[in-house]
Design a protein. Structure first.
Lengths: 334, 334, 334, 334
């Protein structure tokens, strides 16, 4: 299977390495990046045969079976449309799009072309979360009542480059998908969000939102809380909890290994400092599954409707902050 | 020091035992309970010299130095007033009262009589929470940004006997106080609550609220989430988290001991099944500190203004559920 | 019940506090210590009515029901004999004696006088260990195969004051008893010990043994390892493990509370720094049970034969170090 | 790099998969197995170009750069010799040989041919253990005093097929190497072993040893305990501990993921049930490093002298069981 990569940034680099070395039967066919030299540098590094600045080149290449989209979020929808129209299977990083209209256009193209679309909600592939979901599916946990999903980044971001709703569209969107993943069959109906600039209070007046808490009501009565902050002193922190009628699953211990050192300052365990350190396995696994999906071996594990559900919550959360009140999913068109 | 106990129910019994056996220099002087025979049975069991059905008897007894109020919540305010007017030091179970007007009347009587009033927010005396607070006080944790406080009861409640706002006034009030305790110096400004009957859905139409999630905004920007459910399959679950600029403290591991059994079903640790199992130490400690407060050795660790802050959040939460929108603390007179 | 305390050192002080404040129905009747002023200082501090330099005084006092012996180990045997002859119930700190001959003499006196003798093997009263034993008694764990018991002290000892076999007679004797406690019904048959001065290597030539590993074979085939060191950089460390046909129990997490701080140096939990911090509950519990034993409510939970079994292993271990080979229990007369 | 695999059993299969899919730049050139059809089945499954029943074929193939030896232990030495003489780089599963004479012969051939020899002590590549070693190398842990290494297999073995010293030569040899790895620069000087048939007592008379405890003294005074059992009810259990002057590292939490379920039976975490489940990453990592060693990028991480040190302890342990006394390493020629 020949896969082209669109985007050679941080996640693109990781995916390039996975496609090249860690996923049996897959070949990195081409790299696309509009920045001068970026694609060819990466293509050389990983032995890809082609490098382009325009994605049209890979869509036109009949030997390319699939594309992995790791470009900035604002280009996702149009890239999905173009890829689908070219008949390529698509793996797209989250979010699928930044508006429901764009996303629906993309999903329409996918449906019409009958191509595969998988969305990069990687947390579903982290062993802890997958294990929790199994407990729900097999009835061990009982009907979910309360859920929690947390993402805290390790900091070091540039406040000037953070678009206002980034915390909802790009960070918490993982948590919104996680809440749905852990409450299968239920739909979000109402969202209330509180957000602020607590890491960089001096940017508050310029609209920065670096910390947020979002309450999500589902139609089965369950209530989820998603919480994010752009800076945690101890590293990258991704955790979750689902509490149901028969018990609770907690996910995410954040440790890099099982070694514990007991010394003069007490008992110390190392914590993960980056997403690629903590979630490396999940980043590989989602692409490995995608390869199997393209081969027809597996159904799409997380697709367009999942992207739409998460985006709807993200838009409602942003709206809730603007209005200072709970927002119904219907109000944002979701 | 001679202490009279008002109320011989579940918590009253525990306090009777603590006062009799676990707190040096304290004597259980009398037990009061209006139920026929209840006070005398407990007095006999613990060797208290007197038993009454009317609390006026202990207020009139000049040899009684202090009273511990463990009567139903609706009687708290008037008992505090009477005790204060009689010049007794007062330890009162939470909540201090069910309305701010009642509470203010009680606090006024306490202020006028210049007696001690300590409120039974026991979580402040659990070692984990006390340790977290120390990390805040000494600057290790940095300014709080996000907080969480969870209470889940082990179930077995009678839906018919649960007053509508019980989950806020009697359960979550602990969590509301905990949020304030872990965000010292800040004041709650806005509350949004979601609540439902998820344990007993058939009681939903009769107004039962057995599960709730409450978002509390503080005037320093920090956001707290308090969460409760009246039934957890694994027992009594009290946990907390405070995340600040320099790190995060997590509290409450819910285990009854440090023994872990690894067997055919994996690795298993026993969880606490009741509050008195999990928090026994804190229940004793709060009374031990109260005794020292009465002796003039310590300042009141948690008093009338703390009771007022927590009650204000509870009332705003109940109002938020009724109105379906966030409620400012000012709206409920807090 | 009136209890006299013999010995006002570190453990004596702790026991004085427990007897005075934490054990219902018990009264600290007298304190004995040969050091000038020591007994009277402690008697005053805890409100005991009498203080003596000679234990004969308490043995002669008909109002004393029981004695707690917390004197140096070399005096234990003769104090047990005298107490028994005076008809007093006896709680004696470990070891019961320093030789089997002395211990047998003490046990003979106890048997003849038909008094209670309980030995201070406190680890049996730590919740983790008690819980592990329940798993053995109820068949959950299966027949023990491998056991481990660890004691590490927090350091700060004076090498000049450590008698050669202290690590066996006074430290590891707890672990030897623990191994027997967790392998009920079995008897030790062979001991192999390795010991050295690793904390204070410069004292090696003077015979200091500050670190030791002891292998104990039991007659049911199970093998136990007991391990001690006089200095651990992270505090006081007491742990255990018992692995049987159906699973494994691990005991002792060494934490002072359940609070965990995640900060720039990772995830940190505080560790106990002293035995009285880690084992306070067990120290109280063993005396509370002793009080119930004296009242005739409970059988002796750990008595003379347990003391003999542990001492036998300790003597064999010391002999094994001297001979450089495994030693049969029979060789030391056990 | 073209690598031939000798042996297509359980570990051979795992290595075939790693060489094919998980190690960049490596190609599975051939599979060798004397059992009819075994090599060709595996070659077909993994797309290897050749399959042989005689290893001479790969030694004769000039396009083969390296061999991975996963044949039964009794063939290791002669295979190493033949591979070295053919100029192939060698990765050999543990133990390097079953006698020191055989091993020395193999090491001599390696030295003469100046080829790479890496031995399959995988535990050095498990993150926990590697992290512990870093704490030793950077001085954080201080001089090691006490060490522990545990291996418990999940059971299901056939007593009839277990050679008498298997527990030492094939199981505990990992732990013996681990003790040396965590006490760098020190040499074992004395070994005392206790072993028995506790899993299958009815095989005791036929010489089965399924459970063992081995005490190893090192020339720097440190004492290590290695412990193994062929059956643990909770799965595959590999743990370690190294306690030094400045602290303690513990390794191996045995969990398959970080998800914890709290339900009616308490708090439950899943445990690993097999070595390939628990140590998959280390099995891949040791081959990835081997590939880099062959490329000249890395020094041999664990080689012939390490194999010799571990084998010496294993032989001394077996001898100690036969003689019932501690055995000096010199006694077995190590």
């Amino acid at each position: 299977m020949r896969v082209a990569l669109i985007g050679s940034g941080r996640m693109g680099s990781f995916h390039a390495e996975s496609l090249t070395y860690r996923i049996p039967g897959v070949q990195l066919a081409a790299v696309v990046d509009p920045a001068p030299g970026a694609a060819s540098r990466m293509a050389t590094a990983f032995g890809a045969s082609a490098a382009y600045t325009d994605p049209a080149a890979v869509f036109a290449d009949p030997t390319v079976d699939a594309v992995v989209i790791a470009a900035p979020a604002r280009f996702h929808a149009e890239l999905i449309v173009a890829a689908a129209q070219a008949g390529k299977a698509v793996f797209c990083e989250k979010p699928g799009a930044l508006t429901l209209a764009d996303l629906d256009r993309a999903l329409g193209a996918v449906a019409e072309a009958q191509v595969v679309l998988q969305v990069g909600f990687n947390r579903r592939f982290v062993p802890d979360w997958a294990a929790a979901r199994r407990l729900i599916d097999d009835g061990t946990l009982g009907t979910p009542r309360l859920l929690r999903s947390v993402t805290r980044d390790p900091g070091g971001f540039d406040p000037a480059r953070v678009a206002p709703d980034t915390i909802f569209n790009e960070t918490l969107i993982h948590d919104f998908d996680t809440l749905s993943f852990l409450n299968p069959g239920a739909r979000a109906v109402e969202v209330f969000a509180v957000a602020d600039a607590l890491v960089e209070p001096s940017w508050r007046d310029r609209g920065l939102l670096d910390t947020a808490v979002v309450t999500v009501r589902f139609d089965n009565g369950a209530v989820g809380v998603a919480e994010a902050c752009f800076e945690a002193a101890y590293g990258y922190d991704v955790r979750g909890e689902v509490f149901g009628a028969k018990g609770m699953a907690t996910m995410g211990d954040g440790r890099v290994d099982g070694m514990v050192f007991s010394g003069s300052s007490g008992r110390v365990a190392a914590t993960a400092r980056s997403d690629q350190e903590l979630l490396a396995g999940a980043y590989v696994e989602e692409l490995a599954v995608f390869a199997d999906v393209v081969r027809g071996l597996d159904p799409v594990p997380v697709g367009g409707q999942d992207a739409r559900a998460a985006l709807g919550i993200a838009l409602a959360a942003a709206q809730s902050v603007r209005l200072g009140r709970p927002v119904q999913l219907g109000e944002v068109g979701a």
